[in-house]
Design a protein around this ligand. Structure first.
Ligand SMILES: NC(=O)C1=CN([C@@H]2O[C@H](COP(=O)(O)OP(=O)(O)OC[C@H]3O[C@@H](n4cnc5c(N)ncnc54)[C@H](OP(=O)(O)O)[C@@H]3O)[C@@H](O)[C@H]2O)C=CC1
Ligand SMILES: O=C(CO)[C@H](O)[C@H](O)COP(=O)(O)O
Length: 479
């Protein structure tokens, strides 16, 4: 077989198929492979006219169809299937060739795979891809890791198929080995938090505001023309305006209220715990999904006493809606701030040298969390590349300051009406913890010293100290 393809894609389910079509639509010849050949043939039959494809069935044929250095993209189910596919293709490759894993792999797996393939001279490029099925076809946000050398060869192809904002590609080299998959993982963690916050806003507008789903869809549409302008707000309006054809009920009412997850949000929280980064809004979003699925616990708690929601008057509901918009925006700033802190701490831990402004820039288009807001984050890092927190940026600081009274009103109202708002309230608690002059952490340290002689530091002098709590006069000693 002649080596005519600039890129090959193996794994032709929703993502791989559309990425392959996107490459072909940009003029690249694309070799195709899938474990089950019928998917390859279906793609050719339906979309073969869109560009130059080389359909293959055997791994040897697939590799032989690729120009050197070979660029072989894997779009299969993350986890063991990715290792299976690597083991199948790696022996057929030569030094300088590239394997690009565009699946949602755990970055630790990517680091392991990159190390192993580097020993054979093959570049392994763990690449985050976001945008879902449509994004894959029309322009996703792409987060490649791996070596700078591999990016020099691969970058132009990925940039060509990525989304564009102001003419700039939503793709950049994130950093070595697992950096791309790490950043994609945090993207998904933020995605979980954003979705949970939007869900809480919807619940409040419905149960306290007394609005029906189509009215809430209108509110979201209005918000989508302002500072909350984002893909997730846009699709929420579409979902809420949709009527179920079978029952005539609002579609949202016929969907079971048990949220599922594939794992990237959970990984974000697990890794955040290891890094010691307090991503509390993301964690609450993960826990909210898991508690929604605990039907046994929900049945056990259902009849317990609590406040019930009492809809407000129309006039009060209008004021309340404005408060909810402020609370949603303020909480969103916190969730993104936590995500960025995690990216920067991960970058320091693994020596990746990630550019925080570049991450904001490539998330402005193509990805699920794309939002007008990301351009503001990009601008904040452009103004101060060493920004410790988004809230150190004057504009974000002023905005959250302006929103905080409404935010408190919303969290208090939710508590009074018995509406769970774990993400709104944890975001507010995070804000208040970090701005507090003194925290009860002092008491925690004293308790730890009492029961475990763990020592404490004093406010008035240097050093570590221990109080001998069991002795009568409780003497303090230097530790
Ligand atoms: N769906 C989405 O919105 C997004 C998905 N992703 C990630 O992209 C990747 C692809 O996702 P998606 O398109 O949804 O497809 P799936 O995750 O559903 O994976 C299906 C593909 O994996 C192949 N596959 C599964 N097991 C094996 C195996 N053991 N050996 C070889 N091939 C195998 C299937 O082949 P076969 O046809 O033979 O069964 C099929 O091509 C995943 O890692 C996913 O996490 C990333 C961003 C968004
Ligand atoms: O990567 C994605 C979007 O960015 C995928 O859609 C992912 O599956 C979303 O996560 P989950 O299924 O856990 O909600």
């Amino acid at each position: 077989m002649a080596a005519t393809a600039q890129i090959g894609v193996t794994g032709l389910a929703v993502m791989g198929r559309n990425l392959a079509r996107n490459f072909a639509r940009h003029g690249y010849t694309v070799a195709l492979h899938n474990r089950t050949p019928s998917r390859t043939h279906a793609l050719i039959e339906e979309f073969g006219h869109e560009g130059n494809f080389v359909a293959t069935e055997r791994p040897e044929e697939f590799v032989a169809a690729l120009e050197r250095p070979r660029r072989l993209m894997i779009m299969v189910k993350a986890g063991d299937p990715t290792d299976t596919v690597i083991e199948e293709f790696a022996p057929l490759l030569e030094p300088g060739d590239m394997i690009i894993d565009g699946g949602n792999a755990h970055f630790a797996d990517t680091r392991r795979r990159e190390r192993a393939l580097r020993e054979r001279g093959v570049h392994f490029v763990g690449t985050g891809v976001s945008g879902g099925e449509e994004g894959a076809l029309h322009g996703p946000s792409i987060m490649p890791g791996g070596s700078a050398e591999s990016y020099a060869s691969l970058g132009p192809l990925l940039e060509a198929i990525s989304a564009k904002v102001d003419g700039e590609p939503c793709c950049t080299h994130i950093g070595p080995d697992g950096a791309g998959h790490f950043v994609k993982m945090v993207h998904n963690g933020i995605e979980y938090a954003d979705m949970q916050l939007i869900g809480e806003a919807y619940d409040l507008l419905r149960q306290v505001g007394g609005y029906h789903p189509p009215q809430i869809a209108e509110i979201f549409r209005r918000w989508n023309t302002g500072r909350l302008d984002s893909y997730l707000i846009e699709i929420t309006a579409e979902v809420l305006a949709h009527t179920d054809a079978a029952t005539g009920a609002p579609f949202v009412d016929v969907v079971q209220d048990r949220a599922e997850q594939k794992g990237t949000g959970r990984w974000t929280v697990q890794i955040a715990l290891d890094l010691g980064v307090p991503v509390s809004a993301i964690a609450q979003a993960v826990f909210a999904r898991s508690s929604s699925g605990h039907t046994d616990l929900r049945a056990a708690y259902r009849d317990l006493p609590g406040a019930g929601a009492r809809p407000l008057s129309a006039h009060e509901a209008e004021t309340f809606t404005a408060h909810v918009e402020q609370a949603l925006y303020a909480s969103k700033i916190i969730a993104y701030d936590q995500g960025w802190k995690m990216i920067m701490d991960g970058s320091a831990e693994y020596d990746w040298d990630i550019d925080p402004g570049a991450v904001a820039a490539i998330w402005r288009g193509g990805c699920i969390i794309r939002a007008a807001f990301l351009d503001r984050i990009r601008a904040a890092y452009a103004a101060d590349p060493g920004l410790v927190s988004l809230l150190s940026d004057r504009e974000f600081g002023q905005e959250i300051g302006g929103a905080q009274q409404s935010w408190r009103e919303v969290v208090a109202t939710a508590a009074r009406h018995g509406i769970p708002v774990p993400a709104f309230s944890t975001a507010l608690a995070y804000y208040d913890s970090l701005r507090a002059e003194r925290l009860p952490a002092a008491l925690t340290q004293a308790q730890r010293d009492f029961f475990g002689a763990h020592t404490y530091r004093r406010t008035d002098r240097e050093g570590s100290f221990h109080t001998r709590w069991a002795e009568h006069d409780r003497p303090e000693v230097s530790a």
